[in-house]
Structures are given as C-alpha cells and as structure tokens.
Design a binder for this molecule. Structure first.
Ligand code: GTP
Ligand code: MG
Length: 960
C-alpha cells in the first residue's frame, strides 16, 4: 500500500534522499539509542568510534585537572543562574582571559562560600568525561546551542522497541558527558513538583534547554509547532444578514461609483449585552478576498435594537471605481479612527464574518467609467505596496465585460483616429496600463522566449550547480572536522540549501502568478471584440507582445486557450510540443469515435469481471474486522471495560472495492459513552494493543485530522487502518454505495478509473495526488452533469419522499454539529433509494441514457482533460450542477487557483482535492489528456482500438 507506508523520502531518488539526509554514510544515531535506565554516570569507556568511511575520529584532548573539576563547573552554572554577583564577576573574568585553571579555582572558592548552595560539588563519578569550561568547544553552552533545522533533528525521536504512546522515556542524555547528564536530570527533578518523581524531559532538546538555561547560555530555539492551517476568516452563523440596494432600485450590475445603501441586521444577546454586537462594521471586498484585512472600504455600522434580540442598521456606500465582482461582509466593529491609521500599523482585522451579501457586479458603461477603472488599475500598478496581481485581474475583468457600445471609433484617416477626449484619455491610460503589465512580466518572467524551456524550481535537483567533484570536495573537507563540527557544518549547509530552494520556489510561484494573470488579460482582450479593438487601437505593439507571451510558458495553464484551429496551429508553431497537450478542435461524434468507443466498451467488459470482488473478498474482510475488534476490546482501549464496535467504511463497504484494496475501519461505541472517541489517546492505545497482538508495520498517526492507526494484518497480509470515531466517513460510504446501486455503469466507470489512476501513479494522497474517494466523486459529478440525459441525480438534493412528495412545504433536513469542528455544522441527509424503495424509479431514469460504458469513459477523460473550467468551477456531486469557485472562496476560504477542487458531499467546507499542489494538478491533468488523446488516436486508427484501454492503463516506466 504505497501511500501509507513510509514517508515521502521513500519516493525520492536515492541521490536526493542522500543529500537531504546530509550524509553519504550515516553515522549511528546515538540519540536514537535506548535511554539509560537511570541517570547514572556512563561507564568508563570511550564513545565508540563513528563509522565514517573507515575513518575514526582522533581522540579529543582532555585536561586532567578539568576532569576532576567538572562538577564544580556544573555547580557553578547553578550559582550563576541565581544571579550571584561574585559568580557573575568570575564568569566575566573567564570570558575575558579564558584562564581555565584560575576560573576553576574561583569557582571552587565561590561555591564553598555559598553556604547551603544546592549545587555543591560532589565527587566526580569514575570515568566521567570532562566538559570544557563555558564558551569552549564542546562546552555545555555549545551542546545546548540551538540545533539548526536539520531534517533528522526536528522531529522528536522515539527509542526503538518501545511501543508508541507509552509513558515518556527518561531523558536521553547519553550523548552528554555524564556530569552534564546528571545535572540535566537534576534540573528536571527540581522542576518536577513532587520530590522523588522521575524527571519528565522528553527529548534531548528539553535537556539541552534545561542545561542552557542553567548556565545562562543562549536558549535553543523552541521546536516549531506543526503548522496547522486555520481559516483567516470564519463565517459565524448568527442569523445575520447584509444586503445592498441602489437608491433608484436598479437591479443587475451597477456602474463604478454608483451610490448604494447597505442594510444589515444581526441577532444580539438577550441579557442586555446587546451592545456587544450593536456596533458592527460593514466591509466591501472583492469576492473571495482571503482575509478581512483587504477591505476596499470598511465603515462603522451603527445600529439600533428595534426588536428584542435583533439589531439593525444602514450604511451608505459607493460602488468601487474599478469593475469586478464584490461582496459586503458584516464584521466585528473596527477600532475607531482605524481608517486614518496606515495599513502597516493597523491591527489585524477580525476574522469573524457574521453575514455576506449577494454578489455586487460592477461593470463599466461609459467612457468616463472606463477611464475611472483604468486610472484605478494604473494607480494600483504604480503605487508601492499594492497588489500588482490584483490590478492585472482587475484589468482583465474590465476587458471581459466591456460592452460593445464602448468600442473605439473606427479609424478615419491614416495615422489619425476619431473619438471624444474621453476616448483619447482612455487610450492613453490603457497604453500606460499595458506597459506596466509588460514591465511586471519582464521583472518576474525571464523573457518570453525562455518561458517554454524554463524549468520549474520545484523540479530542480538540489544543488544542481554543484558538480560531483564539488560534492566530493565538500565531503572531504568535512571529514577532517571533529564529529561535532562536522554536524554543525552539515546543519549550516542544510539551512542554506533549504533557504535557497525556498527562495527559488517563491520566485517561481510569483512568476507563474504574474504570467497567469497576463494570460487571463490576453484571453479577456481576445474574447471581447470591443476590448480587442481598444487594444489594437491603443497599443498594437503591446498587444502583439502580450499575445506572444500568452502562447508560451506552459500550454497546460487554463487561463488562456486560443479558440479554433488557427489558435491551436499558432500554439503548435510557437510551442513545438507533443500534440497531446493541445485541445482537440472537434467534438467527438458517434460517427468518428463510435468504433473506438465500442472497442473500449469491449475491453471494459473483459477487464471488469476480474476487478469485481467475489464473496470471499467480503468474508475475509469481515473475519479480519472481527479479530481486530476482539483484540481492541480485550486490550480495553476505551478504558473502564467499555466495549467498542468496529465498522468498515471505504472501498470494502462502498461497492467500489477491488482485491488488494486496504481495509478501512473506524471505532463506534457499543453503548452510550461520554468518552471522546476521536481523541489521539484512543488512537495511541489502539496502536499499542495491535502491536502487542502481533500486527505488523504499525504506524500511529495520532495528530491527523482523524487519528488513525495503520497496520498489516499478520494472518491475511491485508493492509488495514483503524481510525477513531469517524461518522462522516461512514456516512459518505453509505452515500457512495447508494449511487453505486443506481446504475451498473457507475461501478464500471469507477473501477476502471481507480485502476487507471493507481497504475498511472496519480492515486496517492501522501504523495500529493488524489485519493480514490476523490476520483469516485469526480465520476459521480460527471455522470450527473455530462451525459445527456444524466445518469445520476444528486441524492442529496432529491427529496426524501421522491417520487411521491407529500408535503411541498416541509422543512429542509436538519443540520447537526460537525463531529470534530464545533464551529461548523453538517447535513447528513440524503435520499437512499434502497431504503426508501425508489431504486426502480431511479434505474428507469438512468436507463433512458443509452451511452455505453466505453463512450462514457472516453467522455470522462475528455471532460476532465479539456472541458472543466478548473479556475472557476468546483466538482460537487452534492449539487449535480456547476458550483462557482468564487462561492467557495468567499464562504470557505478556498484558494481561487486553477487546481482541481472537489467539494466533499457532507463537509462542504472541505476540499477533497486540497492536497493537490500546482505540479500534481498538472500531472493529473496531463494523465487525463493522455488518456483522451489515446481514445482520439484509436478513433483515427493511429493505434489499435482494441488495445486502447491497455495503452491507457499502461504502467509507468520504472524509475531508476
Ligand atoms: P481504495 O482503498 O483505494 O480502494 O479506495 P477507498 O474507496 O477506500 O478510498 P480511500 O482509501 O481514498 O478512502 C476511504 C474512505 O475514507 C472513503 O470512502 C471516505 O469515506 C474516506 N475519505 C477518504 N478521503 C477522504 C476525504 O478527503 N474526506 C473525507 N471526508 N473522507 C475521506
Ligand atoms: Mg481504502
């Protein structure tokens, strides 16, 4: 089960793995060795020489005087920490002269003077390795120096052999000189309130921190907490409402600067605390603005409490100067006078949104509007600190929506143009704007001709500029260093390398964004004849350059697709790429493609019986489930003898499972319980119980969104996972199962697509590609929207009493709190045809569509290769119709990028495809294109149609 076994490193090329690790010949990881049973001094023997290509470290020089006085030093550290003036002075003297002998003498004297000093010198344990004085190489301070973010040093290490989740091990101090180790443990025992308890340090870093604090050295950087994304703004369902209207009640799009009245209302607390929400602020934002900080304008919305529990108010606004799509958000009040404070000094705006208005469309209708809009964009392009990308998008919106009546006047004589003054000024401004766009492009994108060939930084091998000789030289230079210095050098090198790559990636991202915005602009100018005329009359040379640029870089970017055969031919000429990356110009027809579709259908009929599982599949899984359930109950993982039940979800229960699929299970309480069944603690206990019962490769992921244990069943070799209570997964399994029963083509398609995705290496969420669940949702959405008539309805939108509705005015299905996220709620209702007896009706409707499985497959590949508007639409089987991405951006903070996005049917705020980064989206899209191209090739007899499915599902070549 590749996605779940091993980390990402396993999929890297060996050379990359090696360099990431920073070592060609890794040394034994001493920190990973079992910790000592008690804080006893180390035995009198030297650390084993490190295996380093046969070389052994020269033994370090040790000063015999110091050897005897090491505890004096440590005790002195404790005294220093108390702020003792004499100790500080002695320490300062040492720092100035580095006279060790004298320092030891002073320290001894001072310690003797400090009666009752808690760190009085003790007899040094035999064989103790001496620590040098503070400030010397290898001194405590050095040992405690902040660890550079080395890949191996950032994650807490667990001693091998100990089952995860057991009581924390005693601190691992075996790589400190024993004196320091003893001190570290002492420090910890001091920190622990009940005397006599074992110290609770959990890691070397803790010990290092304690030592460092003790001797007054610089504290090591605290380990960075794991990044957890929190939405920059949250919609609070508080019964709020915000709406706008034009004073003359104009409906539809408004002109820039049009006057608006914005009215709002909000529920307020009953007990006099009305004031808390009586004052709100109303902000005007571009649709989907990720935070509340980027308001175009925000105003205080003073309201009055007109009814008990409800505050209302009205605020006057003007529409923005530039065209676009906007919304009003109802927010917490801003601090008074905030508008006067510069943007940098403003406090962060609240992330709470109590209501969002409908979309406000602003379009230009007159030359004055156009001029205003262009001025606003130009200002944004020129003013430092403002978003250039935003300005480019803004210009694109103007070009997309410009009415035909605003097309510039025709040429009246050679070299001269007619038109009003306003028109001339518009032309000048447009020219200036375009010049800025091209400047921006030149700044971030290195010349149009290099675009197609430029490799993306993500793909760059690490230290591409380093030759093998350089690497060897570097390794040789490091090999003469002491082990500690070598590690420091490696860490510093790693930090530098990571910084460099991050910088490259940021630059690359920026270049891509600017380029995409320019392509959108170009597409907008080309798609609207009025805008195109403006462009040609204002800046023919700039138009040509923009066009030129837009055909390069990467044909897979969705923002720009020249229509028609001419456009495609131009792309091919410029771009010199394989045919498969260009949109086919003809819609497939039964006449041309019928033969290929039939062949594909036959191939599916051959393959599917092998993929569909038999009874043994379900029986075997049920046995495993029972065994695991008994094991967890025997181990009493819920505590107090509470029983649990394991339920199967995923492909073992949703009718989309094939041999070799993993077995997904989750915990369900057998009886009512107050215990939190979603807690990481339950997960850890399950891991221990399974390990003790002999499960193989047990991995506990207790920090996952839904904590989960992965393991291999020793009896059957099945890959299994048990997650904590996961009602949503159980529910979506039921939903998928219900869809699978409606029509045989649903299962047929899903099996072929899952097989294709696995073989083509695009079905592994841990590698950043899409889960099987994601692909099945894509299949469902396709069957709901593309075939005509559609094969599937949305079972979530279908009335529960369909096809014989009894009460047209019934309440919508209830929502319940989200099981893991108290700030959200979910609706789990759907029409289950099996339970509600409507299966026959649904099958009858699906049967009206006569398209074969082969044809549907071909259309599926084509649809996701070419027809989905990834930038603007979301795949949403909940709605069975297109869902604008802007809505998800506005309500759920989804990014407005051109990546595949899939709405989860129940957790509608959750993007099932959120793991897809730019390159993985491209990879998946290319696979759709490849498959679609192969179908076209089969139709054109360029390949044998009978082998089309084999080619489509051809395994990837093995990587070296
Ligand atoms: P294979 O194991 O590849 O045969 O497919 P599968 O159907 O088991 O799919 P997968 O392992 O991707 O997911 C198993 C189950 O986990 C799904 O049926 C869902 O119930 C649940 N699941 C997986 N991914 C997501 C996700 O992103 N969101 C939610 N809500 N549930 C998910
Ligand atoms: Mg599964």
């Amino acid at each position: 089960m590749p996605p779940k076994q091993g980390g990402q490193d396993q999929d890297k090329k060996p050379s990359q793995r090696r360099r990431r690790g920073g070592k060609k010949h890794p040394k034994p990881d001493r920190a990973a060795s079992p910790p000592p049973a008690a804080p006893a001094p180390a035995p009198k023997e030297k650390a084993p020489p490190c295996a380093r290509g046969g070389r052994t470290n020269p033994p370090k020089k040790t000063d015999p005087a110091l050897e005897e006085d090491s505890d004096v030093l440590l005790a002195f550290g404790a005294l220093l920490k108390t702020g003792d003036a004499a100790a500080c002075a002695a320490h300062a003297r040492y720092e100035a002269h580095e006279d060790q002998a004298r320092f030891i003498e002073d320290a001894r004297r001072l310690l003797a003077m400090s009666a009752g000093g808690r760190a009085a010198p003790r007899a040094p344990p035999p064989g103790m390795a001496p620590p040098p004085p503070p400030g010397m190489p290898g001194s405590p301070r050095r040992a405690a120096a902040p660890a550079a973010p080395h890949p191996r040093s950032t994650s807490p290490r667990r001693p091998p052999g100990l089952p995860p989740g057991l009581a924390p091990p005693p601190p691992s101090v075996d790589h400190f000189p024993p004196g320091l180790a003893a001190l570290a443990l002492e420090v910890h025992s001091e920190a622990a309130p009940p005397p006599g308890l074992r110290p609770t340090a959990t890691d070397d870093q803790d010990v290092a921190a304690a030592l460092s604090a003790l001797i007054g050295g610089p504290a090591p950087e605290p380990a960075k907490p794991k990044f957890k994304w929190v939405p920059p703004r949250v919609h609070k369902r508080r019964g709020g409402r915000v709406a706008f209207s034009a004073p003359d009640n104009t409906k539809g799009p408004l002109r820039p600067r049009a006057r608006l009245d914005v009215s709002w209302e909000l529920k307020v607390d009953a007990e006099g605390a009305v004031g808390t929400r009586r004052d709100v602020s109303v902000g005007l934002f571009r649709v989907g603005a990720p935070t509340n900080d980027a308001a175009i304008v925000a105003k205080q919305g003073r309201g009055a409490v007109e009814e008990v529990g409800l505050a209302r108010g009205t605020v006057a606004f003007f529409a923005p100067r530039a065209a676009g799509a906007f919304v009003f958000r109802l927010l917490d009040p801003e601090p008074p006078g905030r508008q006067q404070i510069s943007k940098m000094e403003r406090p962060k705006a609240s992330s709470n949104v109590y209501a969002t208005s409908d979309k406000l469309d602003v379009i230009v209708r007159t030359h004055d509007d156009l001029l205003d809009s262009l001025k606003a964009s130009l200002q944004q392009l020129e003013e430092p600190g403002r978003s250039r990308l935003g300005a480019l998008q803004q210009l694109a919106v103007v070009a997309e929506t410009l009415p035909a009546s605003l097309a510039p006047k025709r040429q009246t004589h050679i070299g001269g143009r007619a038109g009003s003054t306003a028109e001339k000024r518009c032309r000048d401004k447009l020219r200036a704007c375009l010049a800025r766009c091209l400047d921006e492009l030149a700044k971030h994108v290195p010349g149009p001709l290099t675009l197609a060939t430029r490799r993306r930084a993500d793909e760059l091998p690490f230290h591409e500029d380093e030759t093998e000789t350089d690497v060897l030289k570097r390794e040789r230079a490091w090999s003469v260093l002491s082990e500690e210095d070598e590690q420091s050098a490696r860490d510093a090198f790693e930090v530098e390398r990571v910084t460099k790559i991050k910088k490259q990636r940021n630059e690359d991202r920026r270049a891509r964004d600017v380029h995409a915005a320019c392509r959108r602009l170009c597409a907008a100018f080309n798609g609207n004849s009025a805008s195109r005329q403006w462009l040609e009359s204002a800046a023919p040379e700039q138009a040509r350059r923009l066009d030129d640029v837009s055909t390069r870089w990467d044909a897979l970017l969705e923002e720009f697709w020249p229509g028609g055969a001419d456009g495609v031919a131009a792309l091919r000429r410029h771009y010199d790429r394989a045919d498969s990356f260009f949109r086919p110009t003809h819609q497939p027809s039964a006449q041309q493609h019928g033969f290929a579709w039939r062949a594909l259908d036959d191939a599916c009929a051959r393959v599917l019986p092998q993929l569909f599982p038999g009874d043994a599949f379900f029986k075997r899984r049920e046995e495993v489930r029972r065994r695991v359930e008994a094991c967890l109950n025997n181990a009493d993982v819920l505590g107090n003898g509470q029983r649990l039940v394991l339920r199967v979800f995923g492909s073992s229960a949703n009718l989309f499972g094939a041999e070799g699929a993993d077995l997904d299970m989750c915990v369900v309480p057998a009886e009512k319980t107050d215990k939190d069944l979603t807690s990481p603690e339950v997960c850890r206990r399950m891991g221990e119980a399974l390990e003790q019962a002999g499960a193989k490769n047990v991995q506990v992921r207790d920090t996952a969104r839904v904590p989960i244990v992965l393991f291999e069943d020793p009896a059957t070799g099945l890959d299994c996972d048990v997650s904590t209570h996961n009602p949503l997964a159980l529910r979506n399994t039921e939903l998928l199962r219900a869809y699978a029963k409606v029509d045989g083509r649903v299962r047929g398609m899903a099996y072929v697509i899952k097989k294709w995705a696995k073989i083509r290496g695009i079905n592994s969420p841990s590698d950043g590609t899409l889960s099987s669940y994601g692909y099945i949702l894509c299949v469902l959405a396709f069957l709901q929207t593309v075939p005509q008539p559609p094969i599937l309805p949305s079972l979530q939108r279908l009335d529960l009493d369909w096809p014989n509705p009894k009460d047209p005015n019934r309440e919508p299905p209830a929502r319940m709190p989200h099981p893991f996220d108290p700030s959200r709620d979910v609706c789990l209702a759907f029409h289950d045809p099996d339970k509600l007896g409507s299966l026959k009706d649904l099958r009858e409707i699906a049967g009206r569509n006569r398209q074969s499985l082969g044809e549907l497959l071909a259309l599926f590949f084509r649809h996701y290769a070419w027809d989905v508007d990834y930038r603007n639409l979301v795949v949403a089987p909940r709605t069975a119709c297109v869902l604008p991405k802007a809505n998800k951006a506005e309500l759920d903070c989804w990014p407005q990028n051109p990546h595949l996005a899939i709405e989860d049917p129940f957790e509608t705020h959750y993007n099932v495809a959120h793991v897809l980064k730019y390159d993985k989206h491209q990879k998946i899209r290319k696979e759709f294109m490849r498959a679609s191209k192969l179908v076209d090739d089969a139709a054109a007899q360029r390949i044998d149609p009978d082998l089309a499915l084999d080619y489509i599902c051809e395994p990837l070549p093995q990587e070296e």
